[in-house]
Every structure is written in structure tokens, then in C-alpha cells.
Design a protein around this ligand. Structure first.
Ligand code: NDP
Ligand code: MG
Ligand code: MG
Length: 332
């Protein structure tokens, strides 16, 4: 079972006695930087020339410098720029200014797990990753609560890196809810698998296949959209609140029957075998290397797939129907 840590297990003064640089001010960066500051931590935000987030950070009372300058000043560096550019930011703005005893922090383990970033042995390498989007992390902190975090140490140069990670987690509200100890390997591989196979990859493909099946059989696309995409939210909300049990309790017995009988015909042995293959490619690095190569090439296939889906009947039907539902806010 997982090891859990709470407020009493973490010493806030450890991070209060360090100087923190938060690189990036997006979803996670803004939540970390503001909550660290409100927890009495000396924090500066490192942003590149021309960053869109700069004005917001300054408006919210934070000091913004160039990334290299922030790293120079600080002894704890939290890297919250997009994953595909972290290695470049590391080479250009972090590595030249890292000192022995510094700590390098991440919100996701990808670049360390696959050796895109190779820090020197003289620095701590830690992860504190909230299990929720940044705006929720910040809002919970402001309300005196917190979002659960996972924390890991890849390299323990100081022999006290985990205590530092817990202290950091406490400063952003994580230990109020609970911090689970993990490793960079476990976090990265499960995060990628979840996204690829279930949350984004699996779910979107299931929706598309269901929609296409109904439309090809002659049903109206609008009706198919409601059945296969729109209503998914009701089901997911129930699962989120009370697991599969609450979903089964809430839906009709006929619908529940599908869970036992039709579901396993869709997610069958072949699907499970393919999931194992996807996991294997994540574990052996094939997935990360292919994705980085695609990113470096300027995202040619990604753009092609995106365009095809934007022009699909599912997309155009959805756009039309969402306009009929005043409570559906596209910006959220
Ligand atoms: P965002 O895309 O929301 O924000 C990235 C930020 O980095 C922006 O402020 C961007 O500025 C800035 N930036 C871009 N290039 C540079 C640069 N060269 N130097 C300095 N800053 C730069 O990222 P997320 O917050 O989503 O992700 C950050 C990390 O957190 C990732 O490792 C991610 O995996 C992890 N994470 C994200 C979660 C989430 O819910 N989003 C959840 C848990 C972990 P600009 O405004 O100009 O674009
Ligand atoms: Mg420094
Ligand atoms: Mg992810």
C-alpha cells in the first residue's frame, strides 16, 4: 500500500529557509508560485523573453526575472515549463547556473525518466506533482484545503531530499490533503499510460467508434452525439464521486447490464493485449523517443491528425449542438 504523509510529517521551515525559482507561470506554475509566496517562501518566477504570462505574474505581485537569473538566485528550482521544451530550458538556462547542493524539482518525471535531462550528481532531484489542474490547486490552498500530491526523489545528494520535497508540498497545500510517495519511474509510466490508453486515447476513440457506428447505421448525427459524447459527463461525474459503484447505483438496471455484458465485448482480450503493448512501449522508451522526435520535427503527424478530427462530422455536429445549450461553457 502507498505511504501517505500529512501536515504533521512535513516541516515548512525547510523550504522557508531556501530560495525558490519557479520556471513557467502556466497552469501549475502560477499555483505553485503564489502558494509558496503565501506560505512565507522566498520565490521568484523565471520566464522567457516575450512570455504571455509575465504580465499576470507581475500583476499578482510576484517578481519575474529571466529563467537563468532566477536559477542563479535560487537554490531550489521548480521546472514548470511544458515538458517537450524542458531539456532545452535545462541546457540553456539551468545547467550553467546549477551549484552543488541545489535542488532541481519537477511536476512530472518524463525528462528525468527518459534521460532527456541529466543533472549532475551534486544536486537533489525531486518531484512534487499535484493530482489536479493548477487552478484547483490554487483555489484549494486559498480555501485552507489542498489537492493531494505525489512526491518522489530521484537523486538524494543532500541525504534529506524527501524532507525538502515534503516541505515544498506543504507550502502548496499538498500535505493538508495527503502526499503519496512514488518514484519518477512509476509517476511517468503510469501518467503516460493513463493518458494514452484510458483518459485521452481510449475514451476519445470509444466515443468516435460509438458515434460512427450509429451514424453509419443511419441514425441522425445529433442523436448519436448526445448518446455517445454528451452524456459521458454524467457517467464520469458519478464515477468521480463514488466509483463504479455509484455509477451503477444511479443508472438503470438495463444500463448496468451493459457494464457486465457488453463492456467486456468492447474491451476484450485483444484490447487488453494492445494496452500491454502500449505500456511496453512506454516502459522501454519507444513512446517518449517517438513523441520527442515528432515534436522536434515540428509536429507534422500531430497537425495532420488534429486537422482530420476538426473537420469530422462528430466535431461539426458537436459545435452546432453546444450552441443550443446555454449552460455549456466552451471556455472552461
Ligand atoms: P503550461 O503550458 O500551462 O505553462 C507553461 C508555462 O511555461 C507558461 O507560463 C509559459 O509561458 C512558460 N514557458 C514557456 N517557455 C518557457 C521558457 N523557455 N522559459 C520559461 N518559461 C517558459 O504548463 P503546465 O503548468 O500544464 O505544465 C507544467 C509542468 O507541470 C509539466 O511538467 C506538466 O507535465 C506538469 N503538470 C501539469 C499538470 C496540469 O494540470 N496542467 C498537472 C500535474 C503536472 P507563456 O505564457 O509565454 O506560454
Ligand atoms: Mg542558484
Ligand atoms: Mg500527463
Amino acid at each position: 500500500m502507498a505511504e501517505l504523509f500529512y501536515d504533521d510529517d512535513a516541516d515548512l521551515s525547510i523550504i522557508q529557509n531556501r530560495k525558490v525559482a519557479v520556471l513557467g507561470y502556466g497552469s501549475q506554475g502560477h499555483a505553485h508560485a503564489l502558494s509558496l509566496r503565501d506560505s512565507g517562501v522566498d520565490v521568484r518566477v523565471g520566464l522567457h523573453e516575450g512570455s504571455k504570462s509575465r504580465a499576470k505574474a507581475e500583476e499578482q505581485g510576484l517578481r519575474v526575472t529571466a529563467p537563468a537569473e532566477a536559477v542563479q538566485e535560487a537554490d531550489v528550482i521548480m521546472v514548470l515549463v511544458p515538458d517537450p521544451i524542458q531539456a532545452k530550458v535545462y541546457e540553456e538556462s539551468i545547467a550553467p547556473h546549477l551549484k552543488d547542493g541545489d535542488a532541481l524539482f519537477f511536476g512530472h518525471g518524463l525528462n528525468i525518466r527518459y534521460d532527456f535531462i541529466k543533472p549532475p550528481a551534486s544536486v537533489d532531484v525531486c518531484m512534487v506533482a499535484p493530482k489536479g489542474p493548477g487552478h484547483l490547486v490554487r483555489r484549494q490552498y486559498e480555501e485552507g484545503r489542498g489537492v493531494p500530491c505525489i512526491a518522489a526523489v530521484e537523486q538524494d545528494a543532500s541525504k534529506s531530499a524527501f524532507a525538502l520535497a515534503l516541505s515544498y508540498a506543504k507550502a502548496i497545500g499538498g500535505t493538508r490533503a495527503g502526499v503519496i510517495k512514488t518514484t519518477f519511474t512509476e509517476e511517468t509510466e503510469t501518467d503516460l499510460f493513463g493518458e494514452q490508453a484510458v483518459l485521452c486515447g481510449g475514451t476519445a476513440s470509444l466515443v468516435k467508434a460509438g458515434f460512427d457506428t450509429l451514424v453509419e447505421a443511419g441514425y441522425q448525427p445529433e442523436i448519436a452525439y448526445f448518446e455517445c459524447l454528451h452524456e459521458l459527463k454524467l457517467i464520469v461525474d458519478l464515477m468521480y464521486e463514488g466509483g463504479l459503484e455509484k455509477m451503477r447505483w444511479s443508472v438503470s438496471e438495463t444500463a448496468e447490464w451493459g457494464d457486465y455484458v457488453s463492456g467486456p465485448r468492447i474491451i476484450n482480450d485483444q484490447t487488453r493485449a494492445e494496452m500491454k503493448k502500449i505500456l511496453g512501449e512506454i516502459q522501454d522508451g519507444t513512446f517518449a523517443n517517438n513523441w520527442m522526435a515528432e515534436y522536434k520535427a515540428g509536429l507534422p503527424k500531430y497537425s495532420e491528425y488534429k486537422k482530420a478530427d476538426e473537420d469530422s462530422l462528430l466535431a461539426t455536429t458537436g459545435e452546432k449542438l453546444r450552441n443550443l445549450m446555454s449552460w455549456v461553457d466552451e471556455d472552461k
